[in-house]
Write a new protein. Sequence first.
Length: 307
Amino acid sequence: MKKFIAILLSIGVLGAGNAHALFNSTYWGVRPLGMGGAFTAVADDASAILYNIAGTAGIEKPEIVMTSAKLFTGLEGVDMGVDYIGIVYPISEEIGNVSLAWSLFGNTGLSREDTINIGYARSLNDLGIWDKMDLSVGMILKYVRQEVNFGESEKGGGKEHRDGVTIDAGILARFPYGISVGFSKKYMTRPDIGFFSEDKIPDMNVIGLAYYNEQLPLIKIPKFTIAADYEMRTGDKDLLKIGAESKVIDGQLAIRLGGWSEMINIGAGYEIGFGEAKVKIDYTFAFPIEIKENTGSHFLSLSFVFP
């Protein structure tokens, strides 16, 4: 248990006295992580539920993504992992899109954190107010639950859990020439999930900027995206995340690179078409800069885009 807490402190996902670990972390979404977690202004697939719900308004076909990951493999005595399932279902331009997602962070035998997201997003283009950009907004109703096994040494021991409900909101603007700007506000009501004293999940404000070009001038990189996110968290240091993606081989193969001050990430993805349907496989390797004696974190996802 002590080693587990020390690891969490090292990667900066625990503040002083906080019991929660990854509700407000950077370890979600395989494609976004391959881009260093800079996805707030990109947000164009089912992983947008985790980064900027407004981005789901631009998804035109039903999409589901399933993710599984092992964190810090090879680190003795640690069995940490994350799982995620996200579904986006477009209804119509007039009504908008709905989404449902479940995410889990667990350390076997010690703790787990579950989050259920029910989201809604809508494009505002049909209102005819903004003719020089595509603008969308979205909101998530979020249920969070934390369970910790305190063993037999603390106040009676055994498993204890705490839960709460909160809200996320986002906005995404796509301008001409491949420029997009996004903003996401997470854990707006800051639910208290403390066990022995007040412990509110920090709220997070994220500003994202991205640029896309079908072929980058001069160096001819195809289908190139570069993005940056600036995260501001209550009671914690600000975080800058930067990443890039290029889709090569007729757009089927994607390569990605990015990171932030504690992590370097590299990823790849491959898309297979079946008529109007698509299957996408994505992998990201994340290497922690400050944590030694491990072989990094491995993330794998499988996505389906329905006809």
